[in-house]
Design a protein around this ligand. Structure first.
Ligand code: CP
Length: 310
């Protein structure tokens, strides 16, 4: 197989196993390229890509931009702050203006679930979802699974615990969809208030005790406590969260095995994960960031065929 089954990347849910394996195979090649002295390929020359970020981002925005530049695309960046969105311009008008400037592909982060799907139905450009509210963050799910594969090889029999704020997390949902398709076993763990009631219907185990989750898993993917979305009083204080659910060296040292520690970032040090764990030999957090560029190059390349000049 040499082409994806989809025209847009809206979520992992819409990908099949062959798509995911093709993205991984392509990312392996691009990872070699970005570790060479000359990192740039002409692949997307004359393709114009807009990174439209209606919500804050560091890793995803810079990683997409770097991936686009490594493939020689023309890149423009749009942030809602400082733009005419603040004057009341609609999402559709904003994006149609970008397309009128001959943009071929749009990488979009938006606070509303379904925003990327909405655009894909209404505009004539390839849409890549860079995170839509609490729904999906497909390239994060792909780069997380790719990083697990690098460390552990096969997914069959691999036990992955996703620990933290599952309720508000698009990363959790994309990880679950991706790991289920790849055949890993998945558990979610966190306070009951931050675990959605429907989650076990997605075929994951649910655990409310972080020590038991750590003892069960081979990989702990620790999620950020989304400080901006905690107005509901989901737990008494950040200190109490750390005491009850924090991934700490004390908890890891009680395990009779070594587990892989992951975090999509940004990290709240001393809340969901302690600094000595995040910076330890168990952690592959910066490998995830490196792999993010290769995965995004792969996705851009595989989706670009309709955007390439003849
Ligand atoms: N992991 C992630 O999405 O980070 P940013 O919000 O910084 O892009």
């Amino acid at each position: 197989m040499s082409a994806l089954s989809v025209k847009h990347l809206l979520g992992i849910k819409g990908l099949n196993l062959d798509d995911i394996q093709l993205i991984f195979k392509t990312a392996v090649d691009f990872k070699q390229v970005i570790n060479r002295p000359i990192k740039r390929l002409p692949t997307l020359r004359d393709v114009t890509i807009a990174n439209a970020f209606f919500e804050n981002s560091t890793r995803t925005r810079l990683s997409f931009e770097l991936a686009e530049k490594r493939l020689s695309a023309d890149v423009i960046n749009f942030s809602s702050s400082g733009s005419s969105v603040s004057k009341g311009e609609t999402l559709l008008d904003t994006v149609n203006n970008l397309i009128a400037m001959k943009v071929d592909m749009i990488v979009m982060r938006h606070q509303h679930p379904g925003a990327a799907y909405f655009l894909s139905q209404h505009v004539n450009a390839t849409i890549l979802n860079a995170g839509d509210g609490t729904h999906e963050h497909p390239t994060q799910g792909l780069l997380d699974a790719f990083s697990m594969r690098e460390r552990h090889g096969e997914f069959k029999g691999l036990r992955v615990a996703i620990i933290g704020d599952i309720l508000h997390s698009r990363v959790a949902l994309s990880n679950i969809f991706c790991l289920n398709k790849l055949g890993a076993e998945v558990m979610v763990c966190g306070p009951a208030t931050l675990i959605p009631k429907y989650i076990s219907s997605l075929g994951v185990k649910v655990e409310y005790n972080v020590e038991k989750a750590l003892a069960w898993c081979d990989v702990a993917n620790v999620l950020r406590i989304q400080l901006e979305r905690q107005q509901g009083g989901y737990f008494p204080s950040l200190r109490e969260y750390n005491l009850s659910f924090g991934v700490t060296m004390e908890r890891l040292s009680k395990l009779n095995k070594s587990i892989t520690i992951m975090h999509p970032g940004p990290i709240n040090r001393g809340v969901e994960i302690d600094s000595d764990v995040a910076d330890s030999q168990h952690s592959i957090i910066l490998d995830q960031v490196e792999n993010g560029v290769a995965i995004r190059m792969a996705v851009l390349y595989l989706l670009s065929s309709g955007s390439q000049p003849a």
